[in-house]
Ligand binder design. Structure first.
Ligand code: PLP
Length: 328
């Protein structure tokens, strides 16, 4: 059996699991449930704080005082690191990818408010991301600080623990509701949520199919990235476990025009769910995945008499950076 590493209690968990009654009736089944990981905290809303409970525990245990991480200019992960760094009294340096002078809205506004140091890089400069991390790590070390680097999205062997813990929580949720869902659906970007849910369901003997709906890249990319995260986790924490046989299910049909760019159908889904159920999705992650799930249901890919769980991984602040797409 594997045992959890050190963890800081930073997330508001367990998050609620509830049925989307009106949507389930409207689409005439399957029964759609939603795991509200958008409620893991007001400023820390979303999936990243679950990974950061383990990553930041490692940083603090190693005596680190400076967090360096990276992402897109509206990265939810970077915002969560910035907020948690301020809460824990750690310095935060964000390496953000942005081609134009970005407007200080949404996640970026919060990054600034909580005092993160921000370096903006173009798409081209970001191709040398490893070198940028090394450059800033050296910089802080030379200043006598102790930096801790967190990869994009917090997805690595340690970050995988976040969604192993979430899978354990889901098992208790399913028992409480007396359901045996066939499928667990979530948006996948840097792969750590997917890796954690896959191994977490395995460790907890849950016979549910984990399906990541890609918001960027393609099936081959996720096969490689999620497998890498699983291997890292296994080597660090569970050398006795066989992870090679674990199946990675990714649907890449709903990425849309590009990462961070959604078509009108995604905004329509965001509006529909908001008005029908009072649940807000975002256009970069959860809106794309939720739209993809509804499309797959329309095409008859899921049994109408089954329970499906959508993991709401957050992203609300990103919506405010794209409100024009809502056409109000
Ligand atoms: C709101 C939201 N949902 C889903 C994801 C995807 O999670 P992961 O990076 O673990 O694949 C992210 C990550 O960037 C996110 O911010």
């Amino acid at each position: 059996m594997v045992s959890y590493p050190a963890k800081l209690n930073l997330a508001q968990t367990p998050t609620p699991l509830h049925k989307l009654e009106r949507l389930s009736t409207k689409i005439n089944g399957p029964r759609i449930w939603i795991k509200r990981d958008d409620l893991t905290g007001c400023l820390t809303s979303g999936n990243k704080v679950r990974k950061l409970e383990f990553l930041l525990a490692e940083a603090v245990a190693n005596g680190c005082d400076t967090l360096i991480t990276s992402g897109g200019v509206q990265s939810n992960h970077c915002r969560a690191v910035a907020v948690l760094g301020a809460q824990l009294g750690l310095k935060v340096h964000l390496l953000l990818r942005s081609d134009i002078d970005p407007a200080p809205v949404g996640n970026l506004l919060l990054d600034q408010l909580v005092g993160a140091t921000i370096s903006h890089y173009s798409q081209r400069e970001f191709k040398q991301l490893d070198a940028l991390f090394t450059q800033w790590q050296d910089h802080y070390q030379q200043q006598g600080a102790k930096p801790y680097s967190i990869p994009t999205g917090g997805s690595n062997g340690t970050g995988v623990w976040g969604y192993i813990a979430a899978a354990e929580e889901l098992k208790a949720d399913f028992a409480c509701e007396n359901i045996s869902p066939s499928t667990l659906i979530h948006a996948t970007g840097s792969g750590g949520t997917q890796a954690g849910l896959i191994v977490g369901c395995e460790l907890n003997n849950m016979s549910v199919r984990v399906e990541g709906f890609a918001v960027c890249d393609n099936v081959a990319y996720f096969e490689r990235k999620v497998r890498d995260d699983l291997r890292q986790w296994q080597q660090q924490f569970a050398p006795q476990m066989d992870i090679e046989g674990m199946q990675i299910n990714t649907n890449d049909h709903y990425v849309g025009p590009n990462y961070g760019v959604a078509g009108p159908e995604v905004f329509a889904t965001v509006k529909e769910l908001a008005a029908l159920e009072g649940v807000i999705l975002d256009p970069v992650y959860t809106g794309k995945a939720f739209h993809g799930m509804l499309e797959e249901i329309r095409q008859g890919h899921y049994d109408r008499d089954s329970d499906i769980v959508f993991v709401h991984t957050g992203g609300l602040f990103g919506l405010f950076a794209q409100q024009d797409g809502l056409n109000y």
